[in-house]
Write a protein that binds this ligand. Structure first.
Ligand code: ATP
Ligand code: MG
Length: 201
């Protein structure tokens, strides 16, 4: 079983996230992709996200029609700052037979060596590096301080290409807070949820 883990704030989930998950699922032959909304992201300790229950409700609506896409409340239930290494250890234990992957934008790769217990992170799960087709080649040598040459080669061979989608959660929150249209930025069910429950008003 090949299990992909996809962390983010997902406030709210949008088509950029969904297409990323689908490209990784298909190009890396993942059996399941689990969306992992963060309680508090280590990168975003400034802004308070929308309550987790609402972000999860929107993720459930967005992924509900796809048998291989799931949502886990693990990080939210644990609370506090979410560190990837702890999450990966949890999945290593709860899914002992799975081969673990974690989905990562190419722009985050340079940052990975600075994560908490980075060399454990890259051993527990293989990073699937997602890049745009027209982007420059990714520099995998930035992993040299935390991974073996063999592991780096595995990362290199699991790159995924995704067509650029210029949608962000920030833009959706801004549009929604001004009462402007968010149609076609996120699945219809999420759009309806935002219209009804007004998390961004
Ligand atoms: P915000 O605007 O609040 O930062 P976001 O749209 O960037 O939200 P996040 O929840 O921060 O969404 O993103 C989770 C992951 O999805 C991150 O790794 C991010 O790089 C990736 N991602 C977000 N939007 C896109 C997109 N349009 N295309 C590709 N990847 C994306
Ligand atoms: Mg972001």
């Amino acid at each position: 079983m090949r299990l992909g883990l996809f962390g983010g704030t997902f406030d709210p989930v949008h088509f950029g996230h969904l297409l990323l998950a689908e490209c990784c699922r298909e190009q890396c032959a993942l059996d399941r992709v689990v969306f992992l909304p963060t309680a508090v992201s280590p990168h975003k300790q400034g802004r308070n996200p929308t309550p987790a229950a609402e972000r999860i409700a929107m993720l459930e609506l967005a992924t509900g029609g796809h048998a291989a896409l799931e949502v886990s409340s693990y990080e939210v239930d644990r609370g506090g700052v979410s560190y990837t290494v702890e999450t990966l250890r949890h999945f290593r234990e709860s899914e002992p037979d799975a081969r673990l992957f974690f989905l990562l934008g190419a722009d985050m790769l340079n940052d990975l060596p600075h994560w908490r217990e980075a060399s454990a992170v890259i051993e527990l799960a293989l990073p699937v590096v997602v890049r745009r087709p027209d982007a420059e080649a990714v520099d995998f040598d930035c992993l040299a301080s935390i991974a073996s040459a063999e592991r780096i080669e595995a990362v290199r061979s699991h790159q995924v290409e995704m067509p650029p989608i210029g949608i962000s959660s920030t833009a959706i929150r801004r549009q929604a807070s001004r009462g402007r249209s968010i149609r076609y930025l996120t699945p219809r069910a999420v759009e309806k949820y935002i219209e009804t429950n007004r998390p961004y008003r």
